[in-house]
Design a protein around this ligand. Structure first.
Ligand code: BGC
Ligand code: BGC
Length: 820
């Protein structure tokens, strides 16, 4: 099943060279590819002329990309930036649910800034890149497709072409011309938080999808509307080996022979390049210890020389900073290795300066700089940007009714239907008869946030509300529509309670949204006591149950498989919940088959087709159809691994998170049990008995309550990614003096914080409140995020009583403290 791209002799040779140079590729061992883009001497001549007329500042600007949260149109004008991006948490006006017209207006503003005349310098139109990874998912109202894991289950390359076409058109509506998709990761360890961004564990699915999807997005090479009109520029990412990291760790190290790298991970890149993908994003990860952003043998040797790629290589989010000897603001090494455009979201200005200095003193050779700029200009010329006018004036610009149009949603609904995988169908319970009395339960039933997953309006996909999805349908609503149309009755009851016994219950549950490293897990066991109890209770009451499981990976769910009569893996279906009803009620049969092997135990984290001793619960490619025997013998329910602690938990369930302690006392003399003179801690109740702590400051002297870690933790990525410390608390007795909210780091006087006394005085006594303090606020207040010892502390010299229910590092959902 795994495409054999390397002749055996080469494979041996490659294996023999392993260890010779860690992470150094031998391009001559790599397969060749076709070159379908005809050379265009006139275009190259035009590039020569542009290069001759451009200033050095302009050239450097082309290869540096800022994020819209840290870059204004005026910055684009002054620094001649060649492109911007919006990261997962960056939106026009800083509003995660900014209306589509704001995106278009900002696209126009950036474009116009890039075209403001400046002496005799040529004007170079800007590009804007965005993670449209399951539809144009950053924009309210867009059609949201199932994440790639579900599309992988569909095994339908032509569907991917239609999805690409819809996504491109919806991006055009908002004036954007470049997507950071498709992800061509081959995911080998399902603990990885980006498993759902991959089409599957074997290269064949991504290899068969790459070309039709890219052609859907970009159009076909040679056609008049290639990269123009309804089309945009695509990005194959993340090059290379992103899904093969050791332990499924995000941004980790892929330890594999060169032959393994070629066979497993490079396979989809050949069809992607043959289909004309114009940009390739370099992976955060390493190959045998060498960071991809610094790997000349792969970036230049394989990608550009062996494969003849003539588009450009864009970096990942400050990914260059991880190259040895580099920082986010200074890294000539990456450009020398072959990177053409630095993704420098918040670091662009200082990086621009240092890169300019390198260009001036020759440490960045002019030939390399010119080559990088040439590649970027080539893509811009191919896309017709120089003649396109401002984004709102281009085809489809401002046609907002295309976002989530009926036609586009029909494609997404088809994708949902095709993505579902039936794992169990005891007694042929499915298909259900719509003319029946159906109970719909579970916390995922009417929950668009959960159903759409990460990379949806916000980076982690959290913090959204139903009103943010004007064109979407929840799973519940799709079922209700189908059942009511047939004359049956459907009832939504999240907790599964009922008065009249239903004919059948559909229970929708699963993982909460996550993205990137936030989704990394220590194992693949799924725990959800509430949903399990619910399934068991319904079964106990003699109600046949259908489990619809929402997840970003294949997971060990034996207790749930036992408790349900039918079990459907629905992945992360996106905006069209109705597609699930279509299949459950038999309008369509199941088509999906597993793109990832389903684990037999919670510690079977890296089971992949082709493994020696391959022994999953359900193999890769498994999926029942209607009419096939679907009974399943009872499965063992003991969890092989203990559910591990969530590192984001600082305090919850009445105790500090794993590896953390609650310390009390005079600042500088904290201990777990200081005596009650200054401060006193007692168990208190919120949602459950003793799930909180009541902290009483006596006012006899300055005192502090601190949650301290056993070892310093590095919260840099969390801070950059917009995460916050979220507190759930109640003020029982208002403070009599000012109060400080603090974070501390290792080293003398390392720390910082804010006064919160007036806020604590303002909240209503006795009422539960939530407050999120973005980590970057602490950073601004002087905390060194790379070595945090006390992630949160409260201190006052007056008297006060506060009950703390939880403290977590999360993508905030409630009110957020603003800092400048
Ligand atoms: C991710 C990329 C993404 C980029 C921009 C990075 O953290 O790894 O996949 O395109 O951010 O949001
Ligand atoms: C991530 C990006 C993401 C951004 C959110 C970064 O840490 O790597 O992918 O878009 O945070 O602002």
């Amino acid at each position: 099943m795994v495409a054999a791209l390397v002749p055996a002799a080469h494979a041996q040779q490659a294996a023999a060279t392993d260890g010779a140079g860690a992470g150094v590729a031998h391009p001559e061992l790599w397969p060749k590819r076709e070159q379908r883009i005809a050379p265009d001497p006139a275009m190259e001549k035009r590039i020569d002329q542009l290069l001759a007329a451009m200033s050095l500042e302009q050239k450097v600007g082309q290869i540096v990309q800022g994020d819209i949260a840290s870059t204004t149109p005026d910055d684009v004008r002054r620094y001649h930036l060649g492109s911007v991006l919006n990261g997962g948490n960056s939106d026009p006006g800083g509003r995660y649910n900014a209306p589509a017209k704001d995106w278009l207006a900002l696209a126009d503003a950036f474009y116009e800034a890039s075209m403001v005349p400046s002496g005799n310098l040529p004007r170079i139109p800007i590009m804007w890149g965005s993670d449209a990874v399951h539809g144009h998912n950053n924009v309210v109202g867009a059609t949201l497709f199932p994440h790639n894991i579900g599309l992988g289950a569909a095994r339908d390359p032509e569907l991917l072409r239609s999805i690409g076409a819809v996504t491109a058109k919806e991006m055009r509506v908002t004036g954007l011309d470049w997507t950071f998709a498709p992800t061509l990761a081959i995911v080998r360890d399902d603990r990885w938080g980006r498993t759902y961004e991959g089409f599957g564990e074997a290269p064949e699915i991504a290899a068969s999808y790459a070309a039709p999807l890219i052609e859907g997005l970009q159009g076909k090479i040679g056609d008049k509307d290639w990269l123009r009109g309804p089309h945009i520029i695509a990005t194959a990412k993340h090059f290379l080996g992103d899904g093969g990291t050791y332990g499924g760790k995000d941004q980790g190290d892929t330890r594999i022979s060169e032959a393994g790298l070629i066979n497993t991970f490079s396979a989809p890149y050949i069809p992607a390049l043959n289909a004309g993908v114009q940009s390739v994003m370099v992976s955060f990860s390493s190959w045998n210890g060498t960071k991809m952003h610094g790997n000349q043998s792969l970036l230049t040797g394989v990608m550009k020389q062996r494969w003849g790629f003539d588009g450009f290589l864009v970096g990942d989010w400050n990914g260059h900073a991880q190259v040895s000897g580099c920082t986010a603001t200074d890294c000539v090494q990456a450009a020398k290795a072959g990177l053409d455009m630095y993704m420098a979201p918040d670091s662009w200005k200082a990086l621009w300066q240092s890169t300019l200095a390198h260009a001036r003193d020759g440490s960045l050779p002019m030939a390399r700089l010119d080559d990088a700029v040439r590649r970027i200009l080539r893509v811009k010329l191919r896309a017709g940007l120089f003649e396109a006018g401002k984004p709102s004036s281009r085809p489809f610009g401002g046609q907002f009714d295309l976002l989530g149009s009926a036609e586009h949603r029909a494609v997404a609904r088809q994708a949902v239907r095709e993505s579902l995988v039936l794992l169990k169908n005891a007694g042929q319970l499915l298909p259900l008869k719509p003319m029946s009395n159906v109970l719909v339960a579970g916390d995922g039933a009417d929950n668009l946030t959960k159903q759409t997953g990460g990379w949806t309006l916000s980076w982690q996909g959290t913090g959204t509300k139903p009103a943010d999805f004007p064109h979407a349908q929840s799973i519940w609503s799709g079922i209700a529509e189908e059942v009511k149309a047939a004359g049956g009755s459907a009832t939504l009851s999240a907790d599964g309670s009922f008065t009249k016994r239903p004919d059948v219950a559909i229970v929708v549950f699963g993982e909460d949204p996550y993205a990137e490293f936030q989704g990394d897990r220590p194992d693949v066991g799924f725990d959800d006591a509430r949903s399990l109890t619910l399934l068991r209770r319904l079964k106990g009451a003699g109600v046949p149950t259908v489990a619809v499981f929402l997840s970003g990976r294949a997971m060990w769910v034996n207790p749930f498989l036992n408790a349900a009569d039918a079990f459907v893996a629905a992945w992360l279906p996106g905006s069209e919940g109705g597609g699930i009803a279509d299949v459950l009620f038999g309008k369509a049969d199941f088509r999906g088959t597993l793109p990832y092997s389903w684990p037999r135990s919670s510690d079977q984290t890296a089971v992949n087709v082709g493994d020696k001793d391959y022994n999953p619960l359900f193999p890769y490619g498994f999926g029942l159809k209607y009419g096939q025997p679907g009974d399943l013998a009872p499965l063992p329910e003991a969890r092989a691994t203990v559910a591990a602690a969530d590192p984001g938990v600082l305090y919850a369930a009445g105790r500090p998170g794993a590896g953390r302690q609650l310390l009390l006392g005079a600042p500088g003399a904290l201990s777990t049990n200081p005596g009650p003179e200054l401060i006193d801690a007692r168990p208190a109740d919120h949602h459950a008995q003793e799930d909180s702590v009541r902290l009483h400051w006596t006012g006899a002297g300055p005192a502090m309550a601190a949650i301290a870690g056993d070892t310093p933790v590095n919260l840099t990525r969390e801070s950059n990614g917009g995460l916050a410390v979220e507190l759930e608390f109640r003020v029982d007795a208002a403070p009599t003096a000012d109060v400080s909210l603090l974070m501390q780091c290792s080293g003398e006087k390392c720390g910082g914080g804010f006064p919160v006394g007036s806020m604590f005085k303002a909240v209503q006594a006795g009422q539960w409140s939530r407050l999120a303090i973005p980590l970057h606020c602490f950073e601004k207040a002087g905390v060194d995020m790379s070595k945090v010892t006390v992630p949160i502390a409260l201190s006052t010299s007056g008297a006060m009583t506060v009950t703390l229910s939880s403290a977590r590092i999360v993508s905030p959902v409630g009110p957020v403290l603003t800092c400048n």
